[in-house]
Design a protein around this ligand. Structure first.
Ligand code: AMP
Length: 176
């Protein structure tokens, strides 16, 4: 082998080794393997297979009333991207989702005349996550009004619909 060919060969081997290192490191840095299940209830809502009191939708996100609200007006914003938690969503999809947490949060705050808004995101069973499709909770808070237990008691769908309607009306004001 000539010296010129040997150099070329070494460059190829070095590049390949570096690429393998990047792949191995990026898998090693994941907290868990890709394990998103299309059977989760939010994936079914996104596919139209389960009902939801819809508040807002755009190309990348969907917002709807929590079926077991901890306070009246408890709303969820989810990405359409199939991510299990905060750590397996590409940053652009996450940015679109957070943008709409702010938008929908404004509408929830106005609709429920809430002096405070609580945003919650649970990633992982140990944190209390019960539905394994990334979501952000928006909870209107009032002095002296305690939160009910998490994911415990279903609300009537008609009540959820009336709350969604109030929020949609505020969204229409905000967006006009
Ligand atoms: P987390 O425990 O953070 O994963 O939150 C899951 C949330 O989803 C809980 O607040 C539940 O009340 C809510 N939830 C569960 N099933 C439904 C459903 N079918 N529609 C709307 N919200 C739901």
């Amino acid at each position: 082998m000539q010296a010129k060919d040997l150099v070329k060969y070494l460059v190829i081997v070095t590049k390949a080794t570096r690429r393998m290192g990047i792949i191995v490191r990026s898998f090693a840095s994941r907290e868990k393997p890709l394990s998103y299940s299309e059977d989760n209830i939010f994936a079914k809502i996104l596919r139209g297979e389960a009902r939801a009191a819809k508040v807002y939708e755009d190309a990348q996100t969907f917002a709807f009333m929590d079926a077991m609200p901890q306070v009246p007006g408890h709303t969820l914003v989810i990405p359409k991207y199939p991510s299990e938690d905060l750590f397996d969503i590409p940053p652009d999809n996450l940015a679109a989702t957070i943008k709409n947490v702010q938008l929908v949060g404004r509408a929830v705050r106005a609709a429920f005349e809430a002096p405070g808004i609580m945003i919650a995101q649970l990633s992982g069973r140990a944190a209390g996550q019960t539905v394994f499709h990334l979501h952000f909770h928006i909870l209107p808070r009032h002095h002296g009004l305690e939160l009910k237990f998490h994911a415990r008691e279903f609300e009537d769908f008609a009540v959820l619909e009336s709350h969604a309607q109030k929020i949609r009306e505020q969204l229409a004001h905000i967006k006009s």
